[in-house]
Design a protein around this ligand. Structure first.
Ligand code: ATR
Length: 275
């Protein structure tokens, strides 16, 4: 057994994950002896893997699809934000074998938009969100925490948006997917959390005619980096922030906890991950 601190990302499939590149880059950049690997784990093997990893020198892990929700049942301690979101993406294995679970997706979202649009004021007006999946949940929790006055959600499957309203209350308003373009009128922050626009997925077709040039617009899709949605927003004069930074920033709290150094997200980090 190695004494080098180890961490990794647990998912299924996992080969597409950029996290190994990101954390390995940071380890090298800061001269830290450590290892970060991709761990393909099926649902059936999730619990036994979590019990076994600490014995192999793992001090923590990231968790990605499809395990972000199910991993919660194996955690001994869960942060408030992970509880609110109902999912975890960052685990810390304590020396006594206990598992601490956090969710840093909302943090990653906020840090990315703040870095990409420094004068963004989330309190200045409503946020309009396309989509109501797991990523939308984390983003809603973060936006509510940042004091966004109103959160408007449109999702193809409306009941999923209604469920978010039931969980997060009066500040959330649901509009029909076919009327999604209308929620842009007066929106201060606009976010695509659907997979529309991703390489291999369907196009994002909602009209951005009602978008204000004062809005800040971001996409969680980062392949391609400049999605058609972001390009359309740019054409309307809005400030846009691509989605890669959300992935990079969500990795910061875990890396800091595991390896004792708060890593930077800058152009060099982006270049390393895109290489
Ligand atoms: P994540 O956890 O990354 O948010 P998800 O839970 O699968 O992933 O959510 C994907 C989102 O993209 C959902 O809001 C989904 O809408 P549905 O709830 O109706 O499935 C949205 N989405 C995916 N394909 C879509 C399409 N062709 N048109 C509109 N929305 C789509």
């Amino acid at each position: 057994m190695t004494s080098i601190p180890r961490a990794g990302v647990i998912g299924n499939p996992i080969s597409h994950s950029l996290s190994p590149k990101l954390h390995s880059y940071w380890l090298k950049r800061y001269g830290i002896e450590g290892e970060y690997t991709a761990l393909q784990v099926s649902e059936d093997a999730l619990e036994s893997t979590l019990r076994d990893l600490p014995k192999q020198g793992f001090i923590g892990a990231n968790v990605t699809l499809p395990h972000k929700v199910s991993v919660m049942q194996f955690a001994d301690q869960i942060t408030d934000r992970a509880t609110l979101i109902g999912a975890a993406n960052t685990l810390i294995f304590k020396e006594d074998g206990r598992i601490f679970a956090d969710n840093t997706d909302g943090y990653g979202f906020m840090a990315n938009v703040r870095q990409g649009a420094p004068d963004w004021d989330p309190k200045a007006g409503p946020a309009a969100i396309f989509g109501a999946g797991g990523a939308a949940r984390a983003i809603i929790v973060a936006l509510a925490d940042a004091g966004v006055p109103e959160i408007i959600i449109a999702n193809r499957t409306r009941p999923k948006a209604e469920a978010l309203r039931a969980d997060f209350g009066a500040r959330v308003r649901v509009v029909d997917w076919v009327q999604a373009d209308q929620m842009l009128d007066g929106a201060n922050t606009v976010i695509n959390t659907t997979s529309l626009g991703m390489v291999g997925a369907q196009e994002f077709k909602v009209s951005l005619d009602a978008l204000s040039k004062d809005a800040v617009v971001t996409d969680i899709v980062y392949n391609p980096l400049r999605t058609p949605f972001l390009k359309a927003a740019e054409a309307k004069g809005a400030r846009t922030v691509d989605g890669l930074g959300m992935l990079l920033h969500q990795g910061v709290p875990g890396f800091e906890r595991w390896f004792g150094k708060r890593p930077e997200v800058d152009d060099a980090t982006r270049a390393a991950v895109l290489a």
